[in-house]
Every structure is written in structure tokens, then in C-alpha cells.
Design a protein around this ligand. Structure first.
Ligand code: ZN
Ligand code: ZN
Length: 419
């Protein structure tokens, strides 16, 4: 059973790490790095972990870092933080705002910003590692801290798994991860079951026969074909998904033709699909293929359509037993600061790691918005207008109590197993 006294003992050290955590977080914020390019960040993480006395593995899946602390018999707990930034031009006006630019995967020069709060995640996990390392008399078992690159492009977790992650790790019982959200700083929340959506992007190429805009009878018009597909796809969620399920199917891009009087020979559609279960995911992907193929036949398309899936994220589906254990621990420690956070339609690739390792997991959110600012926006009915969300150029969590809360949550969560 959970002992709040043990939490207090370990977290009594929080005041001692606050100064370096805040400085470290500001430094990371000022020096964001794009997915798969987190070299400076990874170096700083490894240095801190070594300083805290952990066994450190660098270069796992490129820029991933793993720190291991073996402290006798007991459970194995993995805590994960993602470390990459986004191609966003910062507009927070903070004194430590990023002015950095970098080259994206396509070679374009882009502004770079920690617009998703991963700088906060790194700082909290390093703080938790240090406090657990300084208080090994308060727990036993094995702690694994995993710093994952390239969450924003959806393949950092898979890259670490593919690079032999399992071979580095001791036996694990649970994996835990967290994300800072645009809710009041100081609160932490989760729920069991689906927490974040699976995401799939699909590029569909449909073929027609090009020709003169004045002689449609000699062509097969891919613009009309694409239009029929866009309309018919609206029936997938409304007519094929059960009302108790939820899903999103967005056609984000339609591209065909170059000139008003030329009928093009093909069209390209790009779709984004969000689902919360494997069965719905499969059903929707199958329905898209069925509808597109049938519409191509209806138009007399000369070639089969082509389908390409990309930017795929797994569903984050919190294990019930694991989540209850964390919620009990959070309730005992945080009291009223422990809330229920509703299911979101964003996506994460964290679950690729516990799924590959065959361990249960849970994932929670914690607040990053100044509580007074949030309360004011709530009173004025202006949450949507005044509170920036993740990926916005204005999103920057307040350092406190965000860093304290994220560090506390990781330690309280880990200690629920490291008895
Ligand atoms: Zn993000
Ligand atoms: Zn994120």
C-alpha cells in the first residue's frame, strides 16, 4: 500500500533542485531542436543523468537517452519524457524565447520552438531521477528514465525500439509518461481507457484521363471524381461508426489540375483519421479504400487508385489496473489537485514503447497555465481565445508550479511500484 510519508521524504528534496530545474528549462527552451536532431539536448540529459549516478546509454535510436538506476530487488518502472521541438516561430515574448532556426527533414530552413512543452518534460524527469537517486534508502527496485526523440513526427519511439531498446533494459513492470497541457498549473489528471487518439494520414492518388476543358466527353475528369470521394467520405463516420464510438475523418488537402481549361489526369487527396480503438481504425481505413475504389470504378478510371499511409500514431489506451494505482497515489498525494482529464483527440507515440516491451502503461496530463490567468479567462468565458494550446506560437508553460508538479507526479507515480 502507498505510503505518503515516503513520497514526502523523497519530495522534501524538491526545494533543493528547483533553482537548477528552472535554469535548465529556460536553457532548453532557448535552444530547441527538431525531431531526430536533438543532439545538444541529449548531451545535456546524459550529463545530468551521469551526475545523478545513473547508468547512461546514449544514441539509442539516434538521439535517445536511457538512464538506469538499480536499487535492489523490486519492481521495474520506466518513466518516459519526449525531447523534441517543433517548426514554429515563437511568439511568447518571454525573455528566454527561442530565436533558433533549423533545417527540417525536407531541407527547408524553419523556425524552431518548444511549442509542445517537451522542455518541461525533460526537466521534470531529470529532477525526478535526481531525487530518486538521492533517496535510494526510501525505495527499492529498478528505475529506468527514457528520453525519447522525435515524438512530433511519430516515429521516435519506434526508432528506439528498432535500435535494440529491449536489450538494454531490465525486466519492467510498468511504463509511465506525462504531458503538460493548457490547464491550470498545479493540477494533474488522467483516466483509464483511451486517453489520446490513434492518428493516420493517408495520401490517395486517383487517375483520370486528361484533355481539353472544352471536350469533357474525351476525358475522365479527376476533379469531379475527387469531389465525389470527398462527399462520400463524409458518410464513413456518420453512417459506419457506432454512435457510442467516436472518430474523425478530415480531408485536409485536395490537389488537381493547373489551369481552368485543362482537365487534369490525376488528383491527390490527403486525409487525416483519428480513432480510439484498433477495430474502428481498421474499419475506417477499409471503408476509405472501398469508397475510393468504387468511385474510381464509377468514373471509369483507367487505373487503380494508390493509397499511402504516413505519420501514423498508435492509440494511447491507459491500462485500467495501472491507472487505478496511479490515481490512488495521486489522490493521496495531490488531494484536490488530482482531477479527471477528458479524452483528447491529439496523438502520441509513447505507447509504441510499452507495447513493444509487453508492459502495461498509463499516461497523464498536468497543467502549465498560470492558475490566475486561467481563472480570469474562465470567468470571462474566453478560454479558447486567451489560453494558448500546445503547438501554438504563444504556448509556454509557466515554470512554477508546473515543474514542481510534473516532478512530483513522476515520483509519486514511480513510488506506487518501487516499494
Ligand atoms: Zn506536440
Ligand atoms: Zn508533445
Amino acid at each position: 500500500m502507498l505510503s505518503p510519508a515516503r513520497n514526502d521524504e523523497v519530495l522534501g528534496g524538491l526545494a533543493g533542485i528547483r533553482a537548477w530545474q528552472e535554469e535548465f528549462c529556460r536553457d532548453l527552451h532557448r535552444h530547441p531542436e527538431l525531431s531526430h536532431q536533438e543532439h545538444r539536448t541529449a548531451g545535456l540529459i546524459a550529463e545530468r543523468l551521469r551526475g545523478a549516478g545513473l547508468e547512461v546509454h546514449e544514441g539509442v535510436g539516434g538521439t535517445g537517452v536511457v538512464g538506469i538506476l538499480r536499487n535492489g530487488d523490486g519492481a521495474g518502472v520506466l518513466l518516459r519524457a519526449d525531447i523534441d521541438a517543433l517548426p514554429v516561430r515563437e511568439a511568447t515574448g518571454l525573455p528566454y524565447a527561442s530565436e533558433v532556426s533549423g533545417k527540417d527533414a525536407a531541407g527547408n530552413e524553419v523556425p524552431v520552438m518548444h511549442a509542445c512543452g517537451h522542455d518541461v518534460h525533460v526537466t521534470c524527469l531529470l529532477g525526478a531521477a535526481q531525487l530518486l537517486a538521492e533517496h535510494t534508502d526510501q525505495w527499492h527496485g529498478t528505475l529506468v528514465t527514457l528520453f525519447q526523440p522525435a515524438e512530433e513526427v511519430g516515429d521516435g519511439a519506434r526508432t528506439m525500439v528498432g535500435d535494440g531498446l529491449a536489450g538494454l533494459l531490465p525486466r519492467l513492470d510498468v511504463a509511465l509518461a506525462q504531458h503538460v497541457f493548457p490547464i491550470p498549473a498545479g493540477i494533474v489528471g488522467t483516466h483509464s481507457g483511451p486517453f489520446l487518439a490513434a492518428a493516420d494520414s493517408m495520401r490517395i492518388t486517383v487517375h483520370g484521363r486528361g484533355g481539353h476543358g472544352s471536350m469533357p466527353q474525351a476525358t475522365i475528369d479527376p476533379v469531379v471524381l475527387a469531389a465525389m470521394i470527398v462527399i462520400r467520405l463524409q458518410t464513413v463516420v456518420s453512417r459506419e461508426v457506432a454512435p457510442t464510438e467516436t472518430a474523425v475523418l478530415t480531408v485536409g488537402s485536395v490537389d488537381a489540375g493547373t489551369k481552368s481549361n485543362v482537365i487534369a489526369d490525376h488528383a491527390v487527396l490527403q486525409l487525416n483519421i483519428r480513432t480510439y480503438s484498433e477495430s474502428t481504425r481498421t474499419a475506417i481505413l477499409d471503408a476509405i479504400k472501398r469508397i475510393v475504389t468504387a468511385e474510381c470504378q464509377a468514373s471509369g478510371s483507367p487505373r487503380e487508385p494508390e493509397f499511402e499511409l504516413f505519420d501514423r500514431f498508435p492509440v494511447t489506451d491507459n491500462d485500467a489496473e495501472t491507472t487505478h494505482r496511479v490515481v490512488d497515489a495521486f489522490t493521496a498525494y495531490f488531494g484536490k489537485r488530482r482531477v479527471d482529464v477528458p479524452m483528447g483527440s491529439a496523438s502520441e507515440d509513447f505507447s509504441d514503447i510499452p507495447d513493444a516491451l509487453g508492459v502495461p502503461y498509463t499516461y497523464w496530463g498536468f497543467g502549465g497555465i498560470d492558475p490566475d490567468t486561467y481563472a480570469e479567462a474562465l470567468r470571462a468565458g474566453r478560454i479558447a481565445q486567451d489560453i494558448p494550446v500546445n503547438h501554438s506560437p504563444a504556448f509556454a508553460p509557466v515554470l512554477q508550479p508546473t515543474l514542481d508538479t510534473g516532478t512530483e507526479a513522476l515520483i509519486v507515480g514511480a513510488l506506487a511500484w518501487l516499494t
